[in-house]
Write a protein that binds this ligand. Structure first.
Ligand code: MSP
Length: 649
């Protein structure tokens, strides 16, 4: 039995999961389920990346502590993966003590081996991607990955001697030419490394939300160094290391193409520097796009999995994601592309086939699988097709060509459909003298369904199990070993049961409404005559809010009477604000730009009907409105005298 360690990236907890994250995780789950059925001892790890400025800021925007916020979003990830039937063996959160222990140990190993030194770093930094942008002559460049403004940072920093790993990395790629898949991405990585590597800043002093450098607590370990070590901490590195010895190096680490460099260059270099083995393979997939743009929270074009699953099913979403795009390529998400797969492939081709065959067995043979005594050459042809499909499916799935593998499976679905049309069992049933021929046809068709249940199990686990049980097969299809899938093993006399449709047809309008999807722009309802007209290129109407929505936010003029630091924080300031009718305590993250004295007597805008929140143990009853400029707050104030308590509209 070979061991097979497979990982997804650890997802940032700045926001709940969307279809992009769902894709990475579903693909990993399909591979894991497939390998288990191939007899491997699989460990599938997923988890969340919870440190860094990005998370700190997301929490602050919600007026929450980073840990509290991370707890909430990590739960959302777990909830999504449960609903999608992701069979993970390990979920690691980078704020868990076991991770802190492992990350510190790996950093220490790299340092003890002489690969880390103290220096100074200046450069343009993208907080969103937690990465410095490549050197440029531009004044405040935009981040090349996400397009956001960057910030200039100069700080003491520990550096990792990445430059000295150019040779070892190129050796690794030479010895293992499929270290990165697909091959085009391998070439990209090789040329990047050949182009020369600069030492990498691996610590920060500008924020605190992270793991301290073991020998210098003033520094926080770079969030990518921290997160990558999660692949080992999840196995118990630095604690009980039995599973590390068993599963490391990972067979496959699945990542999106946007984070390939971190995994194919930095990660193996960190590992080599720590005296640990690099992973065997990094598999890079493409992106889901919406109308030509990458689906991402920052672009506001995300689709969340929860309502989608409710409106369709987790299996149909899984099937669509895996079938629609070849691994490595980008794909465009659209409701119609999904509905086509759900209704045509799943409800029509597969679902109808299953229900027809099961119903005929039920009607003509009292729910018992008949024995095939009178065989015909075309039965043998269908058997041969099923056996060939099994072999091809395995070849494709072994090579991670999951979409191609499913195509092969659907060729078999088509073949079984044609087989029924050819033999017309419903006609055979009218003639008592053809009863044994009818038995052979239905046995053959049902046996093909058993093959299909196995071939479909990794992708549509729920439906495959139902089909398996409906055919009267015992136990779990997921525990079945594909090596044992041999034609003719379906037991005559097995009790067949008929249930609800495997994949009910989805009505387009109802689906769109239930899933909370936006209609394609061309179909969006015309605006009310009185409503403001969106300008050309504006977001669709559903994104605009009505005046009533706006009126729910109560904003008033306030005057800051007192201001002091929240103890232990370099950013939070506690304010006493006069809002006309009362004095309010409000906590705000203004320390990045203002000291308490600069805030005194300022007239500000206060949101006064927010639920109270507790920030570092101090209660806050409201929020002061500010613009964010280069990551710093700039207070909104007035150019004329205004009385405290005046309402804003
Ligand atoms: N936290 C880092 C990974 C650290 S791994 C030690 C991170 N997180 S992420 O949440 O931003 O992204 C995680 C994964 O989701 C990546 O593999 C990324 O490619 C994938 N996707 C995010 N948006 C996507 C699409 N629109 N389409 C497909 N996958 C994309 O990066």
């Amino acid at each position: 039995m070979s061991r097979f360690y497979l990982t997804t990236p650890l997802y940032y907890v700045n926001a709940p999961p969307h279809l992009g994250h769902t894709y990475t995780t579903v693909v990993a789950d399909v591979i894991a389920r497939y390998r288990r059925m191939a007899g491997d001892d699989v460990c599938l790890l997923t988890g969340t990346d919870e440190h860094g400025q990005k998370i700190e800021r997301a929490a602050r925007e919600q007026q929450m502590q980073p840990q509290e916020w991370a707890d909430r979003v990590a739960e959302e990830y777990k909830r999504a993966w449960t609903q999608l039937h992701i069979s993970y063996d390990e979920f690691i959160r980078t704020t868990e003590p076991r991770h802190l222990r492992a990350a510190s140990k790996i950093f220490q190993l790299v340092q003890d081996n002489g690969h880390i030194y103290l220096g100074k770093y200046s450069g343009w930094y993208c907080v969103f991607d937690e990465a410095f942008v490549p050197e440029t002559r531009e004044e405040q460049p935009l981040c090349p990955d996400c397009g956001r403004p960057t910030e200039f940072i100069t700080e003491d920093s520990y550096f990792f001697r990445l430059s000295s790993f150019q040779g070892p990395l190129l050796d690794l790629y030479r010895q293992n030419p499929t270290f990165v898949l697909p091959p085009s991405r391998m070439n990209e990585i090789v040329s990047f490394v050949k182009g020369g590597l600069k030492d990498l800043s691996v610590s920060r002093t500008s924020f605190r939300w992270g793991i301290p450098v073991p020998t210098d607590a003033h520094h926080i370990i770079y969030v990518w160094f921290d997160a990558l070590t999660g692949y080992l901490s999840g196995l118990g590195f630095g604690g009980d290391e039995r599973r590390v010895r068993k599963y490391w190096p990972a067979q496959v680490q699945l990542v999106g193409k946007d984070i390939l460099r971190f995994h194919a260059v930095y990660w193996p270099a960190f590992l080599m520097a720590a005296g640990l083995e690099p992973p065997c393979q990094i598999l890079a997939h493409g992106w889901w796009m919406v109308e030509g743009q990458k689906m991402s929270k920052s672009r506001g074009n995300v689709i969340e999995p929860f309502r989608f699953i409710e409106a369709a099913s987790s299996d149909s979403l899984r099937y669509f994601l895996v079938r629609e795009i070849p691994l490595g390529a980008d794909g465009n998400f659209s409701v119609d592309a999904f509905l086509l797969r759900a209704n045509s492939d799943l409800a029509n081709d597969l679902g109808n086939l299953v229900s027809r065959i099961l119903k005929m067995v039920a009607t003509y043979f009292a729910h018992r699988v008949p024995a095939a005594t009178e065989r015909d050459p075309s039965d043998g042809a269908l058997q041969a097709k099923a056996e060939r499909t099994l072999a091809e499916w395995r070849k494709h799935f072994d090579a991670f060509a999951l979409s191609r593998g499913l195509e092969t499976v659907w060729e078999l679905v088509g073949e079984v459909n044609r087989y029924l049309v050819l033999h017309e069992p419903w006609q055979l049933a009218r003639d008592e003298s053809k009863r044994s021929r009818l038995a052979a046809v239905l046995y053959t068709a049902a046996e093909a369904l058993r093959f299909l249940a196995v071939l479909l199990a990794p992708v549509v686990p729920q439906a495959a199990q139902r089909l398996w049980s409906q055919l009267g097969c015992s136990g779990s299809v997921h525990g079945f070993k594909m090596q044992e899938l041999a034609w003719g093993k379906l037991q005559p006399e097995s009790l067949v049961s008929i249930g609800e449709a495997l994949f009910p047809r989805l009505d387009r309008e109802k689906f769109i409404e239930k899933a909370g999807m936006e209609k394609p722009k061309s179909e969006a309802a015309a605006p009310e005559p009185s409503a403001p007209q969106p300008g050309k290129g504006d977001a669709s109407l559903e994104k605009l809010i009505g005046i009533d929505d706006f009126a729910r936010v109560k904003m008033q003029v306030g005057e800051i009477l007192e201001a002091e630091w929240v103890p232990g924080s370099s950013k939070l300031i506690k304010l006493q604000v006069d809002i006309g009718t009362e004095q309010r305590q409000v906590v705000g993250g203004f320390g990045r730009r203002y000291g308490p004295e600069q805030l005194l007597r300022k007239k500000v805008v206060v949101v006064t009907n927010l639920k109270p929140a507790t920030l570092m143990g101090v209660e806050s009853n409201g929020m002061i409105v500010a613009a964010t400029v280069n990551g710093e707050p700039v207070l909104v104030t007035f150019t004329e005298e205004v009385p405290n308590g005046a309402s804003l509209k």
